[in-house]
Design a protein around this ligand. Structure first.
Ligand SMILES: Cc1ncc(COP(=O)(O)O)c(C=O)c1O
Length: 954
């Protein structure tokens, strides 16, 4: 069987049945009716013939074989680490973990929320700060986020100091993004002190890129005296031996957690961290997990505060981060759990000892070591750094030429005696006696960390295996059920591609390995780039952005750069439809564009009259419009070309948000129907799994005239040419690209088209089957929807009190993850089944929704009050239905087994409905003590937990 037949849920027979219900003879007839003819692509995509799974893996092996993996002693923010096999297999390679969605539906996400809370606790402890988030995208963009945070808080300054001792890519990304929001950037060696006024703050390196360790306290004091804030960019492993930034007075700590068990992955994905003082918590970007309680009073986890950020605050949001690096944060947190504080300290001490031995042996051989004190990195003074580097590369070792006469050697977790000997020989030295410790005594760590019992209990492989399993079992992911999330495209992730990402020839390549050793990686990236060019109709694609929202930012910065290069600096307005995803507005702000909202017409399309008005009003100032196509309302709008033409005529550029490419791939190309730039969410349409909230990859495609403004090399000179880099490495989250590569290679042009057509088929089947129960809000030609449909509950809410959020929670009892809640329209559910679901699963969902509709009818008919209804009190835990006391008027069976099919396949959530408001009022973002769970449940007759729908966007 070819791959695409395995990927697409309905087989031929089922397809006929779906078409029969819809009244079409063929799937082509359905597509011809649903998609406006004006946007259809001329012919099939120009892609190679589809490969089978086995052929694709053989080709991936061939590509992997073209990489020569050098043992990585390069450092610069990326270090060798050992992923414990139990974690690799149990988390990174386990569908229960990698296919989970971002934990907005907290009741079915307690496992991954606990793991992320462990991550936050780990970061808080090691950084010595009050509150940490559950990951940022990478170290360089975390520095940019820290600068952004400072500038929001410290209103009076406009200058920011970046430590010249930061890694070059951190300086470059942070500086360029700071300049994009009109901050003045100064790069100076902060170990030598602080000069100047008018400061929002500084970012200090701890240790520096050459490995040297300077005391941050004088800088912190000097900046605080001037009213600014200080972020310390700290090596997380070094913090087990060095005093924490918080203890030393810093306001913010950032860094990467890659070296906590996450492979090098040729640059990413890796979870970055940020921790802040409590007073800054509401300004912190990214996801934050908090502890709340469920309806019975049990501690329960949920995403706090920031969850609603972009969707409520839009252009005033603290950041545009939506997808982060959840799976990698989970991996790093499990690494910390497994090793515990003592294990981590031992790993850090071993790396330090290797560095000390190495430095001592060099000194004994008369070679000069640049810095007396260091953690894991030794900067060696040599006559010709490139020569030393090249010679060691021939021997299989990757070290760094810091400058013409300095070589950096960084020690990770897996160094052997043979490695040290080989490295020393590259400098003409030999191993000698053990070296003395080289850590600065004044900065030795005195404060405790990882004292919570979770980090001190699970150290055997059996315990770890069971802990990972116990957490995973609490959650609903794609390996158990359809996740019908509109706009999120939770489709099948091909195992044949996933397997490749942990192959050592891909996973163990350091991102700054010279090109001559990475032929396989670059060939793979070139292929996927050229395929994405073919799929989108653009002239070029950059894979650097590591999330959809980062792609938005990169695309808007390209547009801004283009206007500025044309002397049109006054073009600073971004038109954004009212229905747009919240990240669009947040990204526009980060690109220093002003947001002007364009109204949405009755039918969900862009209001052309309002567009005309806005274009006229802002004549000469429009930089761009950001459209999503098909719109977030789930229909193909016939007049998209008109919209694009009008904006072009006004001198603006058209940004087409490609999050809905699952409705276009193989059928229409945004580059053909008017787009100048689009991002794609490879973690949606192109099958990279969601990982419980990341990783993501958000490549951007651009038309010819924008190519010079694509994201540049983050390691290029600060004032060099090229577009603004948005990630630490050239290819961003390269490590997961084999997944999309495999999907496209195994699908081919016909397969991709068929996938899109089946996505449309499945969505229309659901819309048709449910329209009598829940009206479908928007439809296009012939009453058809695109690849998703919005079910409108507002009238039912008026009649019964039952909200869309109630339905979302009740679906849990039927074993489903809810559809997208309250986006893009409050009071609705947006359903996207994707092409991967077969007829039986679609029907199971339809049965659940109809059954819930009947439960709502009981309220409308006066059989039960809303507050006492089975829907409003959902979901039900196993404990609640077997307890002696049963306070409800409906039966236990109705609560837990409302349809017969559940009798043999029942999922029970571990908690009842979670109180959102309590969690925000009593913000607690670290692991609760074990005794917090020793409670006597409150048996409630009716839950007073009302879910704020806006929390549950996608
Ligand atoms: C329409 C749309 N645009 C942009 C984004 C942002 O993408 P990401 O979450 O990868 O940052 C999303 C994400 O869900 C989306 O649905």
């Amino acid at each position: 069987m070819d791959y695409i037949a395995r990927h697409i849920g309905p087989d031929q027979h089922e397809q006929q049945e779906l078409l029969r219900v819809l009244g079409y003879d063929s799937i082509d007839a359905l597509i011809a009716a649903a998609v406006p003819s004006g946007i259809l692509a001329d012919g099939p995509l120009e892609l190679p013939e589809a490969l089978t799974e086995y052929e694709a893996q053989a080709r991936l092996r061939e590509l992997a074989g073209k990489n020569r993996v050098l043992r990585a002693f390069y450092g610069q923010g990326f270090n060798s680490t050992l992923t414990p096999p139990v974690i690799r297999r149990g988390v990174v390679e386990d569908a229960g973990w990698y296919t989970a969605y971002t934990p907005y539906q907290a009741e079915i996400s307690q496992g991954r929320l606990e793991a992320l809370l462990n991550f936050q606790t780990m970061v808080e402890d090691l950084s010595g700060l009050d509150i940490a988030n559950a990951s940022l995208l990478d170290e360089a963009s975390a520095a940019a986020e820290a600068v952004g945070l400072m500038s929001r808080v410290v209103k009076k300054g406009r200058r920011v100091l970046l430590d010249a001792r930061l890694h070059p890519q951190v300086i470059k990304v942070a500086a360029e993004r700071a300049r994009a929001i009109d901050l003045e950037v100064e790069v100076a060696n902060l170990a030598e002190g602080v000069v100047g006024e008018d400061l929002v703050g500084a970012v200090f390196a701890y240790p520096g890129t050459e490995g040297d360790i300077a005391d941050p306290r004088p800088v912190i004091e000097a900046i605080h005296d001037r009213g600014g804030l200080v972020a310390v960019d700290a090596d997380i492993l070094a913090l087990t031996l060095l005093e924490s930034p918080g203890e030393l007075g810093a306001d913010i700590a950032i860094g990467s957690t890659q070296r906590f068990g996450v492979p090098l992955f040729y640059g990413g994905p890796h979870a970055a961290y940020m921790a802040v003082r409590a007073k800054l918590q509401r300004q912190m970007p990214g996801r934050l997990v908090g502890v709340s309680k469920d309806a019975e009073g049990y501690p329960a986890y949920r995403l706090a505060l920031q969850t609603r950020e972009q969707h409520i605050r839009r252009e005033r949001a603290t950041s545009n981060i939506c997808t982060a690096q959840a799976l990698l944060a989970v991996t790093a947190s499990m690494y910390a759990v497994y090793h515990g504080p003592e294990g981590l300290t031992a790993i850090a001490s071993a790396a330090h000892q290797r560095a000390a031995d190495f430095a001592t042996a060099l000194e004994q051989a008369g070679v000069k070591v640049k810095h007396a004190e260091f953690f894991d990195t030794v900067a060696v003074e040599v006559g010709d750094a490139p020569e030393v580097v090249a010679k060691l590369a021939q021997d299989g070792y990757l070290v760094r030429a810091i400058d013409a006469t300095t070589v950096g050697v960084s020690f990770g977790e897996d160094t052997t005696d043979a490695d040290v000997a080989a490295l020393l020989s590259g400098f003409g030295a030999q191993p000698g006696a053990a070296g003395e410790a080289r850590l600065p005594q004044a900065l030795g760590r005195t404060t405790d960390f990882l004292t919570h019992e979770t980090f001190n209990r699970i150290h055997s492989e059996t315990q770890m295996m069971r802990y990972i399993r116990a957490l995973g079992d609490k959650d609903l992911a794609l390996d158990r059920t359809m996740i019908p999330l509109g706009s999120c495209t939770m489709k099948l992730n091909p195992t044949a591609g996933l397997e490749a990402i942990t192959w050592p020839e891909f996973a163990n390549v350091h991102p700054y390995t010279p090109d001559e050793y990475t032929e396989g990686w670059r060939e793979l990236i070139d292929e996927i780039r050229s395929w994405l060019v073919a799929i989108t109709g653009y002239a070029e694609v950059s894979v650097q952005p590591n999330s959809g929202a980062t792609g938005e930012l990169a695309g808007l910065l390209a547009i801004r750069g283009y206007h500025v290069a044309n002397g049109e600096t006054e073009r600073d307005i971004c038109l954004i439809p009212a229905s747009a995803h919240g990240t669009n507005a947040a990204s526009a702000t980060l690109a220093n564009l002003r947001v002007v909202v364009v109204k949405t017409a009755e039918d969900g399309s862009i209001d052309i009259a309002d567009l005309d008005e806005k274009l006229a009003k802002h004549e000469g100032h429009v930089a761009a419009i950001m459209l999503t196509y098909p719109s977030t309302h789930g229909v193909y709008e016939a007049d998209v070309r008109t919209v694009c033409d009008k904006v072009h005529a006004a001198g603006g550029q058209v940004y087409i948000d490609g999050a809905n490419m699952n409705a276009l791939t193989g059928i229409a190309r945004p580059g053909d129907f008017g787009g100048d730039v689009s991002h794609l969410n490879l973690h949606k349409t192109f099958t990279i799994p969601h990982g419980g909230g990341g990783p993501g990859v958000g490549p951007i495609g651009v038309a010819e005239h924008l190519i010079p403004f694509l994201p540049g090399d983050p390691n290029a000179a600060l004032d060099g040419d090229g577009g603004v880099p948005v990630a630490s490495t050239r290819y961003g989250s390269a490590g997961v690209l084999p997944i999309s590569w495999a999907y496209i290679a195994m699908s081919g042009a016909a397969g991709l088209r068929s996938a899109t057509a089946h996505a449309v088929l499945n969505a229309n089947y659901i819309a048709r089957q449910l329209q009598d129960s829940f009206p479908v809000l928007y439809t296009g030609n012939e009453g058809l929807v695109g690849h998703e449909c919005i079910l409108d509950l507002r009238e039912l809410t008026d009649q019964s009190g039952v909200t869309a959020a109630d339905v979302a929670k009740r679906l849990i009892d039927y074993g489903f993850h809810a559809p997208t809640l309250a986006f893009p329209v409050a009071g609705t559910l947006m359903v996207e089944p994707t092409e991967s679901e077969d007829l039986a699963e679609l029907d199971r969902f339809i049965e659940a929704m109809r059954s819930i509709r009947a439960e709502i009818q009981d309220i409308i008919d006066g059989k039960i009050e809303y507050e006492k209804s089975v829907v409003h009190n959902a979901p039900y835990t196993a404990a609640s239905v077997i307890r002696d006391e049963w306070p409800f008027e409906f039966t236990r069976e109705q609560a837990a087994y409302p349809v017969a099919s559940l009798e043999r396949a029942k999922y029970f959530p571990p908690v009842r409905r979670i109180d959102e408001a309590f969690g925000d009022r009593n913000l607690q973002c670290a692991c609760p003590p074990p005794e917090a769970f020793d409670i006597t449940p409150e048996v409630v007759e009716e839950t007073d937990v009302v879910v704020d729908e806006k929390n549950e966007s996608y």
